[in-house]
Design a binder for this molecule. Structure first.
Ligand SMILES: Cc1cc2nc3c(=O)[nH]c(=O)nc-3n(C[C@H](O)[C@H](O)[C@H](O)COP(=O)(O)O)c2cc1C
Length: 230
């Protein structure tokens, strides 16, 4: 069983998000001794530009055409990222909220890996069909303020809605969120929110089913997705 830990905070040892994520990982490791964990630390990762030759390639693929030799070399770096992403059974995304959404490095990574023909495809009617099936995702987030359901700022949470939308689009619908909030109001509120998130993280790791489910061909349902192009 392989888990890919996608880290989108630059705060390393100070990180509120990683405190919770590490508790989740410790509990999961304790329960599943066969667990392999790969890490992609996005603030310490050189991602290739989604511009120049690579943006040409993206549009070529969207048109259902093969990439020519000239573009293949740059595209190979995107393919390495995609292959690495697809090699996991479980994803753990550790991300703070930045400006109501995700930090730019995580968006950059998503822009790199969400490619037609790899994570999703278009069918003959031009509808998107998810290809990233049988995977599970846990998103551990932390936020300075409180965006939970009872909060007047709930509608400003574009982080959870966006991550559910983009990964659901490619087929990852088994998603769990643990949102630690508020982190930056008072010390007491932060400590209480971290304690509550730690408990949820340990409980999720210990009491959920993590074995990979083999995807069944044809179970994807393009009719559930809006027919727009990425
Ligand atoms: C650039 C930046 C933007 C932020 N934007 C928001 C925001 O929109 N809403 C919010 O509640 N907190 C915001 N915060 C606060 C962080 O979400 C919060 O401190 C979080 O716990 C940091 O997580 P980390 O320690 O794992 O990096 C922002 C912080 C930074 C550095």
């Amino acid at each position: 069983m392989k888990l890919l830990h996608i880290i989108a905070t630059p705060r390393e040892h100070e990180s509120n998000t990683l405190k919770v994520a590490n508790a989740f990982l410790d509990s999961l490791r304790a329960k599943h001794t066969d667990l392999r964990v790969d890490v992609i630390d996005l603030f310490n990762q050189d991602l290739s530009a989604v511009a120049g030759d690579n943006i040409d390639s993206k549009y070529t693929l969207m048109a259902g055409q093969p990439i020519d030799k000239q573009h293949k070399e740059a595209w190979a770096q995107i393919e390495v990222l995609i292959t690495h992403f697809l090699s996991a059974d479980i994803y753990l995304i550790s991300t703070p909220m930045w400006n109501f959404s995700i930090p730019y490095v995580l968006k950059y990574y998503i822009d790199s890996i969400v490619q037609p023909g790899y994570l999703y495809k278009y069918n003959e009617q031009g509808q998107p069909v998810p290809l990233t099936l049988g995977k599970k995702m846990v998103c551990i987030t932390s936020r300075g303020g409180d965006y939970s359901e009872h909060s007047p700022f709930h509608a400003y949470d574009f982080q959870e809605t966006y991550l559910r939308a983009i990964f659901g689009f490619v087929g990852i619908t088994d998603m769990q969120f643990i949102n630690a909030q508020p982190m930056d109001v008072t010390l007491e509120l932060r400590q209480a929110a971290i304690a509550s998130a730690l408990e949820k993280a340990r409980d999720l790791a210990t009491n959920s089913e993590w074995q990979a489910v083999q995807p069944v061909a044809g179970t994807e349902n393009p009719a559930e997705l809006k027919p727009h192009r990425l």
